[in-house]
Design a protein around this ligand. Structure first.
Ligand code: SAH
Ligand code: DHB
Ligand code: MG
Length: 221
């Protein structure tokens, strides 16, 4: 296969210029997250746009996000919610949650988003017990070692037609040679489950994020 004639960054920028508009709330969310010392690991603008579109296509009224960080992906997802829609976003770190709450409020979606602080697995178990399901869209983007466990429990929180999305599923190809690395092996297991679970029909797409990462997308049958 021929090498690309432009860098990944240029190709990603071409798509971003075509399909996304400059956006003060998103730009300020990135700035404030950086100023607060949060890691720069939010989704790209193009992936945010993809999340927004998937949630819109799914007609999402209830969204579940695992891994809030500074609320960047959350702004994209919450903007896809119609009137009365709600998103619950799970975050371990109180400081991340505080930064995210400010960013989401500034973006005008603060009243649609509830951030729950604590280990996501605990929050998810509570949600299952308290019958908070079903969610129309689930976005998994927290600690990679728990991806398989997140998927198993999320399968109990969805319904037919729901969409489950996983971020960081290729890691510049490192997932193909995962042996010896617990996080990479967990992502590999997650990908296999997304591909072969009898209740799911999905795909794993490469996505540019500096280098190549992957976004896994499955629909619940
Ligand atoms: N979705 C965000 C990025 C999330 S980064 C965006 O694109 O804007 C991953 C986040 O998961 C971090 O904020 C980290 O604190 C959080 N996290 C890590 N382990 C967690 C756990 N066990 N439970 C909940 N959140 C966790
Ligand atoms: C990392 C985590 C992410 O969710 C991401 O999108 C990129 C990087 C990380 O932990 O390195
Ligand atoms: Mg991610």
């Amino acid at each position: 296969m021929a090498a690309p004639t432009r860098s990944f960054e240029e190709i990603d920028g071409y798509i971003e210029d075509l399909f996304t508009k400059p956006d003060d709330a998103l730009a300020q969310a990135v700035k404030d997250s950086e100023a607060a010392g949060l890691p720069k690991i939010n989704v790209s603008a193009n992936e945010g746009r993809l999340l927004f579109l998937l949630a819109k296509i799914a007609g999402a009224k209830r969204i579940l996000e695992i891994g809030t960080l500074g609320g960047y992906s959350g702004i994209w997802l919450a903007r896809a919610l119609g009137d009365g829609g709600k998103m619950i976003s799970l975050e371990l770190d109180q400081k991340h949650a505080d930064v995210a709450a400010r960013n989401l409020k500034r973006a005008g979606v603060g009243d649609k988003v509830e951030i729950r602080v604590g280990p996501a697995l605990d929050s998810l178990k509570k949600m299952e017990i308290q019958n908070e399901a079903p969610f129309d869209v689930v976005f998994i983007d927290a600690d990679k070692g728990n991806y398989p466990a997140y998927l198993e429990i999320c399968l109990k929180l969805v319904k037919s037609g729901s969409v489950i999305i996983g971020d960081n599923c290729l890691r510049n190809g490192k997932v193909l040679d995962a042996a010896g690395d617990t996080d990479l092996m967990a992502i590999k297991k997650f990908n296999e489950r997304m591909a072969t679970h009898p209740l799911l029909e999905g795909i794993l797409l490469p996505i540019i994020r500096g280098s190549i990462d992957g976004v896994a997308i499955s629909r619940v049958k």
